[in-house]
Design a protein around this ligand. Structure first.
Ligand SMILES: NC(=O)c1ccc[n+]([C@@H]2O[C@H](COP(=O)([O-])OP(=O)(O)OC[C@H]3O[C@@H](n4cnc5c(N)ncnc54)[C@H](O)[C@@H]3O)[C@@H](O)[C@H]2O)c1
Length: 360
C-alpha cells in the first residue's frame, strides 16, 4: 500500500483543504506537502500562514486545468499522493453561474487524472522495473446521492447517484471520471463522499460561518424557506482524519462515505448558534468591546435576527450519510461531538475576526 510521503493537495487554501494541510503537517511532520490552488474568492493564503515557512511546504498558485503545470509539479516534487479538494463548492453559485463548476470540477479533475496517468503510469521505465505505488484521492460529497425523504435510510456507498444541482452534478461527473481512470487505466484511486463540514477557516457564505458573522454584525440571519432542510454535519478535522485513514488503509478502487451521524434541520442549527452566541456575550464582557455592533447578541436576543427568505431552487430536503463501511473497514470514529465541534467553531470565529472580516 502507498505510504503518502509527498502530497499534492489541490484546493489546499480552501476551507477543508487548508484544515487538511494543517492537520497533515501537524501529524506527519516529515512529509512533503505541495499545495496547488488558484486562489479564487474561496481560497485564502492566510489560512496556511502557520505552515508557510516550513521547508517541506510549498505553495503554488495555479489552476488544476493547467495539465502541464500539474505534470511539472508531480515530477519535480516526486509526488506519490494527490489529495484533490479543488472545486467550486457553493450550490447557490452553481445555480446562478454553472460554467466554472463544469470547468473546475469536471475538466479540472480530468486534467489531474490525465497528468497522474502520464506521470505515474505511462512513463517509460527500464525493463523489469516495477512501477512505484501512487494514490489519487478524490474528495467528494454526499450531495451526489440526491435527496432523502425524512424516513429514508441514509446514503451508503451503493446508493445510486441522483445529483440535483449543477454543483452536485459536476461532482458526480468527476467521481465517475475518477472511477473510470481506475477501471480503464489502472490508476490507483480512492474516493470519499463526505457530509456537510463545519469548523475554522470556513468562508462566511456557508450556513454556519454566515450565521456567526452576521450575528456579530447584527445582520439578518437568512433562512431558506421553512428551514426544515436536514443536513448531516461533521467537524472538519474529523473529515481530515477520515481521509488520512482512507489514504493509509483504504482499498484502491473503493469509495468511502465519511460522516458523523449528526442530522440537524437548518433552523435548529441557527437557533442553537443564536443561543450560544448570546451565552458567549453573557460570559465574556470583552466581546462587547470587540464586537460593538452585535446589539442583539448583547441583549441575548440574536434569535430575533432570523429572517425567512425564498427557498433555493431545487433545494434538496435531506442528506444523511451511513458511514458503516468506513467505520468497519478503517476503524473510523469522529473525535468531536456536535456540542464540542460547534463550541470550537464559534470560539474560533470570535477569536479570528482578522481572518473573516476582510471577506465580508
Ligand atoms: N464544504 C463541505 O461541506 C464539503 C462536504 C463534502 C465534500 N466537499 C468537497 O470538498 C472539497 C473542498 O471543499 P471546500 O468546502 O473546502 O471548498 P472551498 O470552496 O472552501 O475551497 C475550494 C478551493 O479550491 C480552489 N480552487 C477553485 N478552483 C480551482 C482551480 N481551477 N484550480 C485550483 N484551485 C481551485 C479555491 O481557490 C479554494 O481554495 C470540494 O471538492 C467539495 O466538493 C465539501
Amino acid at each position: 500500500m502507498t505510504k503518502p510521503t509527498s502530497l499534492l493537495v489541490t484546493g489546499g487554501a480552501g476551507f477543508i483543504g487548508a484544515n487538511f494541510v494543517l492537520y497533515w503537517l501537524e501529524n506527519h511532520p516529515l512529509d512533503n506537502v505541495v499545495v496547488l490552488d488558484a486562489l479564487t474568492y474561496a481560497g485564502n493564503r492566510q489560512s496556511l500562514v502557520s505552515v508557510e515557512s516550513k521547508p517541506n511546504f510549498t505553495f503554488v498558485q495555479g489552476d488544476i486545468c493547467n495539465t502541464a503545470l500539474v505534470e511539472r509539479l508531480l515530477t519535480e516534487h516526486e509526488i506519490n499522493t494527490i489529495v484533490h479538494f479543488a472545486a467550486e463548492s457553493h450550490v447557490d453559485r452553481s445555480i446562478t453561474g454553472p460554467d466554472t463548476f463544469i470547468e473546475t470540477n469536471i475538466i479540472g479533475t480530468y486534467s489531474l487524472l490525465k497528468a497522474a496517468k502520464k506521470c505515474w503510469i505511462d512513463q517509460p521505465r527500464a525493463q523489469g522495473q516495477v512501477p512505484l505505488e501512487h494514490r489519487f484521492h478524490h474528495v467528494s460529497t454526499d450531495e451526489v446521492y440526491g435527496t432523502l425523504a425524512p424516513t429514508d435510510p441514509a446514503f451508503t456507498e451503493n446508493t445510486p447517484y441522483a445529483p440535483n444541482s449543477p454543483y452536485s452534478a459536476s461532482k458526480a461527473a468527476s467521481d465517475h471520471l475518477v472511477r473510470a481512470y481506475h477501471h480503464t487505466y489502472g490508476l490507483e484511486v480512492t474516493t470519499s463522499n463526505c457530509s456537510n463540514n463545519y469548523g475554522p477557516y470556513h468562508f462566511p457564505e456557508k450556513l454556519i460561518p454566515l450565521i456567526i458573522t452576521n450575528i456579530l454584525n447584527d445582520k439578518p440571519l437568512p433562512i431558506y424557506g421553512d428551514g426544515m432542510q436536514i443536513r448531516d454535519w461533521l467537524y472538519v478535522e474529523d473529515h481530515a482524519r477520515g481521509i488520512e485513514l482512507v489514504l493509509n488503509k483504504g482499498e484502491v478502487g473503493e469509495n468511502y462515505n465519511i460522516g458523523g451521524h449528526n442530522e440537524w434541520a437548518n433552523i435548529d442549527i441557527v437557533k442553537l448558534i443564536c443561543a450560544k452566541m448570546d451565552q458567549a456575550f453573557r460570559d465574556n464582557s470583552e466581546l462587547i468591546k470587540k464586537y460593538p455592533n452585535a446589539d442583539k447578541a448583547q441583549q441575548g436576543k440574536s434569535v430575533e435576527l432570523i429572517t425567512h427568505v425564498t427557498d433555493r431552487a431545487g433545494h434538496d430536503r435531506r442528506y444523511a450519510i451511513d458511514a458503516t463501511k468506513t467505520v468497519q473497514a478503517l476503524a473510523y470514529k469522529p473525535q468531536e461531538s456536535f456540542e464540542t465541534g460547534i463550541d470550537k467553531t464559534i470560539n474560533w470565529y470570535l477569536e479570528n475576526a482578522e481572518w473573516w472580516q476582510p471577506l465580508l
